[in-house]
Design a protein around this ligand. Structure first.
Ligand code: NAG
Ligand code: NAG
Ligand code: NAG
Length: 433
């Protein structure tokens, strides 16, 4: 009796499993058959995706290292930057991976549902709209549109209006004057945490410049756009591939870029990325670096501000591999402070000579005094940041000093030699007469 019950129970489990597999297969087929858009009434489950017509970008769930939690993301699918997340919805609000579903319901509400009726509304109109479609475009924009009976569409919502830390060609920075909505990039908190970081990339329409701000304070400015179509403070060789598009009218004040030479062999990611340290990276290299702006320097677009009296122009934090002595270290174990906070606090504190991130995810700080940085275990594979005094004369200048010294010595020897010969000759001459 017991045995047969067990067997029946096992069979039942298998039937249930097969049923689930079948449902999963059907749902994934349903979405995969028409995987560019989501129609009203359809759902996108957490292990499937919507890909643009040419397959350049896909919308799916992902974006976290922790498999239990997920975000709705747009991922680049091109071979050269496969898997790069160019957009992410609700960065401070991850959802449970197992139950996450993106749905567009028959009232035109686009939402993420998870864990038994919890939901995050992405778009909802005041009046229900019955004919809607959400589409992943080849530009990297995910759009929700209303379909009209006459065959036209109108835009209800788009992912380009809510940037993450990447700027995609044709995506705008600036302000929409009709709605007052601002477009700007915001960096991640650390290399591994996608929550809101400290740096933003913004378009300043009055000045016609891009700004990188840290907690609202301007660290870097692009300078004006010259007649050559290039920004003053961005190296020419890293921006020559871009065509800048600046729009200023009653509807908007915006900046965007496009790739000038759409080359098939162009194997770099076309996006611009704002790193958690305030670097702006393009396909050809670094467009800007707010991490080198200390307040005393104005090179490469850095802005000036007052520095603590104990700090001298030219002092910089250098990344070192090694482990300072922890004996006199001061710990700040807050998970909300990041590299930039640690750096700024160490810079302001005259007793601080170096710092290190505390947690593996890049949050928290350990501050070192001069004592601890005199005693570094250079064998350790940890890294820390050490405040270095202004560099000695650069190698080039030092070499010139050596060369000058060598020439001076040579001249001295030659002069002595000539003098010696002259004296000899003089003596000889005297003898001769
Ligand atoms: C669509 O979702 C919204 C928000 O959850 C809900 O209020 C509305 O009733 C839903 N409409 C339909 C047709 O299910
Ligand atoms: C199509 O219909 C919509 C809504 O009814 C309207 O706003 C739009 O102007 C129409 N377009 C054309 C080309 O008729
Ligand atoms: C540095 O070391 C000296 C001697 O070892 C000690 O007297 C001093 O208090 C230390 N300073 C700090 C800031 O820890």
């Amino acid at each position: 009796m017991a045995l047969s019950f067990c067997i029946r129970f096992e069979i039942k489990k298998q039937v249930v499993l097969i049923y689930y597999l079948w449902v999963w297969w059907i749902t994934s087929i349903c979405v995969k058959a028409r995987n560019v858009s989501l129609m009203a009434g359809e759902r996108l489950v957490s292990n499937s995706s919507l890909c643009s017509t040419q397959g350049r970008y896909c919308l799916s769930f992902g974006g976290t290292l922790n498999r239990e939690y997920t975000h709705l993301v747009i991922v680049s699918n091109a071979s050269f930057d496969r898997g790069a997340v160019i957009w992410l919805h609700a960065r401070n609000q991850p959802v449970d991976t197992k139950s996450a579903v993106l749905s567009l319901n028959k009232s035109g509400v686009l939402k993420i549902e998870f864990q038994y009726s919890k939901e995050i509304i992405i778009y909802s109109s005041p009046q229900p709209i019955d004919n809607t479609v959400a589409t992943m475009l080849d530009t990297g924009n995910f759009v929700l549109e209303q379909l009209h009976p006459n065959g036209t569409k109108s835009l209800l919502w788009q992912s380009f209006d809510y940037p993450f830390n990447a700027l995609v060609p044709k995506m705008k920075l600036g302000v929409n004057r009709k709605t007052g909505h601002n477009w700007s990039l915001v960096s991640c908190l650390t290399f591994s945490l996608i929550t809101l970081g400290e740096f933003s990339l913004e378009w300043e329409p009055k000045e016609g410049e891009l700004n990188i701000k840290r907690l609202g304070k301007v660290y870097w400015k692009s300078g004006k756009l010259g007649n050559n179509g290039l920004f003053e403070n961005v190296p020419a060789n890293v921006q020559q591939n871009y065509q800048y598009v600046i729009i200023s009218n009653k509807d908007e004040d915006s900046f965007s870029f496009e790739i000038k030479y759409e080359d098939r062999n162009y194997k770099m990611s076309p996006e611009w990325w704002l790193s958690y340290k305030g670097k702006l990276m393009g396909s050809e290299g670094e467009l800007a670096n707010a991490d080198i702006c200390y307040g005393y320097n104005s090179d490469r677009g850095c802005q000036k501000w007052d520095i603590p009296t104990c700090r001298k122009p030219g002092e910089v934090f250098q990344k070192k591999i090694g482990q300072p002595d922890l004996d006199n270290a001061v710990l700040q174990d807050s998970k909300s402070v990041d590299y930039n906070d640690c750096k700024a606090r160490c810079w302001r504190n005259c007793g601080c000579n170096g710092f290190q991130e505390y947690y593996g995810n890049g949050t928290g700080c350990i501050f070192y005094s001069w004592n601890s940085t005199q005693n570094v275990d250079w064998e350790s594979l940890n890294y820390f940041y050490l405040l270095e005094k202004p560099a000695k004369l650069p190698l080039g200048k030092r070499r010139w000093i050596w060369i000058s010294a060598a020439i001076a010595t040579a001249l001295l020897i030659i002069c002595s030699l000539i003098l010696w010969i002259a004296i000899k000759k003089h003596k000889y001459g005297l003898k001769g007469t």
